[in-house]
Design a protein around this ligand. Structure first.
Ligand code: SME
Length: 157
């Protein structure tokens, strides 16, 4: 397993394209889902330097905080609540250019201004977690992030 992330430069799509095989190679020999999520969060965060990058896992009828990089965060989110609970409930990636305009947004940190949340599935297609990424700037995430982050989380499926 590589011990260091290669420095990745270029456009957003180029950085995702270079990062994806590195993440695949780091995760390939590790079956534990928490360890896999932890290194995926670390490698995404180190590459893009967002405000907060991490996972919430579906446990019973709640999302529970999982591996992440960044400041401390809310630990439990109910289904349908906030951006994360909505991504889980609708089973659809949520792109939020301005969190103040998302009804019910859960502000774990007042520095967070925009957000993307991507559902993670098991082999049967059930949502088992969400990947939540927060930015301290408005409108950080777009269809390019959606496309690539949906490819990233497939590595976990
Ligand atoms: N803002 C999220 C909550 C999680 S934190 O941002 C890490 C939401 O509304 O679901």
């Amino acid at each position: 397993m590589a011990e260091h992330l290669e420095i990745i430069e270029g456009s957003k799509a180029e950085r995702y394209a270079a990062l994806l095989p590195q993440i695949e190679s780091v995760l390939e020999d590790e079956p534990d889902p928490i360890a896999r999520m932890a290194n995926m969060a670390a490698m995404l965060h180190e590459t893009f330097r967002w405000w907060w990058t991490g996972f919430y896992r579906v446990i019973g009828d709640e999302l529970v905080l999982g591996p992440f990089q960044g400041p401390l965060a809310c630990t439990r989110i109910r289904r349908g609540r906030g951006v994360c609970g909505t991504a889980w409930d609708k089973d659809e990636t949520q792109i939020v250019p301005d969190v103040d305009k998302f009804p019910g947004h859960i502000a774990c940190s007042s520095a967070s201004r925009s957000e993307i949340v991507v559902p993670v599935h098991d082999a049967q297609g059930h949502v088992i977690a969400v990947l939540d990424i927060d930015s301290a700037e408005l409108a950080t995430f777009d269809e390019t992030d959606k496309e690539w982050l949906e490819k990233m989380v497939k590595i976990l499926e």
